[in-house]
Design a binder for this molecule. Structure first.
Ligand SMILES: Nc1ncnc2c1ncn2[C@@H]1O[C@H](COP(=O)(O)OP(=O)(O)OP(=O)(O)O)[C@@H](O)[C@H]1O
Length: 271
């Protein structure tokens, strides 16, 4: 079985319900196998994520990172295994069920509607949270929604852009809006799909600072190609290759692991 490590708050004992080993993980992936035809994209993967963890999944192309992410997000149903979120078995529940369990995700490609303002896009996320489908002008007339939207924008450093069209924002600001639309759903767990992709160096720096500013109770799982970004955000890093875990540990441990250098970077670890 490919163990991808145990959450730091539950250092001993198998992943499972709350007990002497510590609080139950907020997300548990148990013995998950995903097959695409004859290809095993994930092989018997276990992963336990504690509340408030900052976890990055790294690995070369085709390692299975996105597939693991999609299994947790409910976009891929495994051939075997289970996904338990806050104690609820949800491997066969579709992705639209995840927000009810406090799980939000971001996408590599911006999902915000370019013709709407930052405020209006956040309204859409807030309305989705409440399961309401009502015209935007009615939402805009709701003072409490207005205050909430302003608060969300403030939390993702877009307070000054509330009335700007999403399509006119810089790439980095669009990523901030994407995070804001996820934050608006008041998640316990945020799944970040390559949050740094396509960003300039300065924008990546800002992204790291923004993610570090989030409430420490918020659990972050990111799949990221940019090792620098991943190592700075994550407190634990899981490295995958060929659908299996290669290693897991703190960024320092993973950075120094010769296996990682061989398999992931194709080089030897620096002396
Ligand atoms: N929908 C699919 N149908 C068939 N094969 C797939 C599908 N999705 C992924 N795969 C295959 O599963 C394996 C794992 O892919 P996955 O996208 O999870 O890897 P990854 O680590 O995210 O790679 P990358 O960094 O390139 O995105 C790859 O061999 C990929 O070609």
């Amino acid at each position: 079985m490919a163990h991808t490590g145990t959450a730091p708050s539950a250092p001993s004992g198998p992943p499972g319900p709350s007990g002497p080993a510590g609080p139950a993980p907020v997300v548990e992936v148990r013995a998950v196998t995903v097959a695409f035809g004859g290809l095993l994209a994930l092989r018997d993967i276990d992963l336990a994520i504690a509340r408030g963890e900052r976890l990055a999944v790294l690995g070369p192309n085709g390692a299975g990172k996105t597939t693991l992410f999609n299994v947790i997000a409910g976009d891929v149903t495994p051939a075997a295994g289970s996904v338990v979120i806050k104690g609820v078995e949800c491997v066969h529940r579709p992705s639209r069920y995840r927000p009810r369990l406090g799980v939000a995700r971001t996408y590599q490609k911006a999902r915000a509607l370019a013709g709407l303002t930052v405020r209006e896009n956040i309204y859409l996320a807030l309305a989705g949270l409440r399961g309401r489908h009502r015209p935007l002008w009615r939402t805009a007339a709701d003072r409490r929604m207005g205050e909430e939207a302003a608060d969300v924008a403030h939390r993702v450093w877009l307070a000054g852009q509330l009335d700007a069209a999403a399509g006119e924002l810089s790439h980095g600001q669009q990523r901030q809006l994407e995070l804001g639309m996820a934050i608006a759903t008041r998640p316990d767990v945020m799944l970040l799909d390559e949050p740094a992709s396509g960003l300039s160096r300065g924008e990546r720096e800002r992204l790291v600072e923004l993610l570090e500013s989030f409430d420490e109770e918020l659990t972050l799982l990111l799949v990221e190609h940019d090792m620098d970004v991943a190592f700075r955000i994550a407190r634990r890093v899981v490295v995958m290759a060929d659908g299996e875990q290669v290693t897991a540990g703190t960024p320092e441990q993973v950075r120094a692991d010769p296996q990682v250098h061989r398999i992931y970077l194709g080089t030897e670890a620096p002396a």
